[in-house]
Design a protein around this ligand. Structure first.
Ligand SMILES: Cc1ncc(COP(=O)(O)O)c(C=O)c1O
Length: 413
């Protein structure tokens, strides 16, 4: 075999795409700069200091006072898996509140854990009414209730106010995947009474994928520490095993991960330093802007995108009352080649819009405006480009109306 010419592939020099789909989105430049900072050893006091700062920064982001607020190394799905594998014990009944692909992901992970799964579902494009969840909790007596806040597959946001109280009254723990809304819509872990909430950086927090912020309530931490089983090579006299069933994953063992993030500094994994810098900067950017201002910016972007899409003559997908503010589904018009439009958007305008999964594949596009991309000019550019591409593909539409409609909706929202 010929040796590979080391110059063959060239430098990484990606095109400057504007990512206006359901995530990932463009990272904030401050986040990219933070990632370029020099590396540290994992027990360097500067590094453990940064870890403690991350814990402090993510508490307000999650709306919590929880001590156990930290990062899971891996994408958002890693944080989901760490939560479920550590919280759910074999044979536990888990009620999944399901209204899209990511509810189904919870079911898929729970299946692998041998949980007894019960489901309360809404059709895609809707959310599950609180009364239906209350009735299901009453009927199945779950140990854990698991759900998603904003399910990007359907663009719906499940209302969570009151759900924690229902779970606590029934002796159940509540888990919520907030990957797609954290930093863009309010997450009130304490007020909602959620035991574990997880997120990701690549949506409303405006970072790259690869780090999963997580917060764990004290009562969930107690249950998880009761399952603590420190791996043999790093056992210590001051860290005692619990009597509960061992967590069936080493990497996602939240008991060991919490011991690593505590003053014990148990040597579990090697914290992903550059991703920690990114997560830290994402939270600093979000808190620096102010969470309320940030939620308002996402609300404006969503309202503008929705109004602009309607002015293009497109039909917006799903229940208006429960729409996520940061991603909008629109039906692909009859007879229009979806991929031709997306290709034109990419090749002529350097803009990416999203397709969809499962039953919505080929039926809707998903137009996102989140994090660093939830900006007026980016929404307007996307709508202007979409108008041109739809026209070029033969869609008959009112020209020149979408951008002013979006602008008016931005100002009014
Ligand atoms: C609601 C939701 N949960 C989980 C995920 C999974 O995130 P990741 O791809 O970072 O694992 C996504 C990603 O699109 C998501 O939208």
């Amino acid at each position: 075999m010929q040796p590979l010419d080391p110059t063959y592939f060239g430098d990484i020099d990606p095109p400057q795409r504007l990512l206006m789909g359901p995530g990932p989105v463009n990272a904030h430049p401050r986040v990219l700069r933070a990632m370029a900072a020099d590396l540290l050893g994992q027990f360097d006091p500067e590094m453990t200091g940064f870890m403690n700062q991350v814990m402090a920064l993510y508490r307000p982001v999650f709306g919590t006072q929880n001590q156990w607020t930290m990062l899971i190394d891996g994408t958002a799905r890693a944080a989901i898996e760490a939560s479920l594998v550590s919280l759910v014990e074999p044979g536990d009944t888990v009620l999944v509140v399901n209204f899209g692909r990511f509810g189904l992901l919870l079911t898929e992970i729970l299946n692998r854990l041998g949980a007894k799964i019960e489901t309360v579902s809404a059709p895609w494009g809707e959310v599950v009414p609180l009364e239906a969840i209350a009735e299901a909790i009453e009927r199945v007596g779950p140990k854990v209730v698991a759900t998603v806040h904003g399910d990007t597959s359907t663009t719906m946001a499940q209302p969570l106010e009151g759900l924690g109280a229902l779970c606590q009254a029934a002796g159940a723990y509540l888990y919520v995947d907030a990957c797609a809304t954290l930093g863009g819509m309010e997450i009130a872990a304490d007020r909602w009474g959620v035991d574990i909430v997880t997120g990701g950086l690549q949506k409303c927090l405006g970072g790259p994928s690869g780090s999963g912020p997580i917060t764990v309530s004290d009562r969930a931490a107690t249950r998880i520490f009761a399952r603590r089983h420190v791996e043999q090579g790093i056992r210590r006299a001051d860290i005692v095993d619990g009597a509960g069933p061992r967590i069936p994953s080493n990497y996602f063992d939240l008991a060991m991960i919490m011991d690593y993030w505590s003053d014990k500094r148990l040597n579990h994994h090697t914290e992903a330093t550059s991703m920690l810098y990114a997560a830290r900067e994402c939270a600093r950017v979000a808190l620096g802007e102010g969470l309320d201002a940030r939620f308002a910016r996402h609300r404006k972007a969503g309202a503008a995108m929705t109004a602009g899409a309607r002015a293009l003559g497109l039909t917006v997908y799903g229940d208006d009352a429960y729409r996520m503010t940061n991603v909008t589904g629109v039906y692909i018009p009859e007879g229009i080649d979806s991929e031709a439009v997306r290709t034109m958007m990419r090749e002529h305008f350097e803009i990416e819009i999203g397709t969809a999964f499962g039953p919505l594949q080929g039926k809707i596009w998903r137009l996102g405006a989140m994090g660093y991309n939830a900006m007026k000019h980016k929404v307007l550019l996307t709508l202007g480009a979409l108008e041109a591409c739809l026209k070029a593909q033969g869609f008959s539409l009112p020209l020149g109306e979408a951008v002013p409609a979006a602008l008016a909706a931005w100002e009014a929202a």
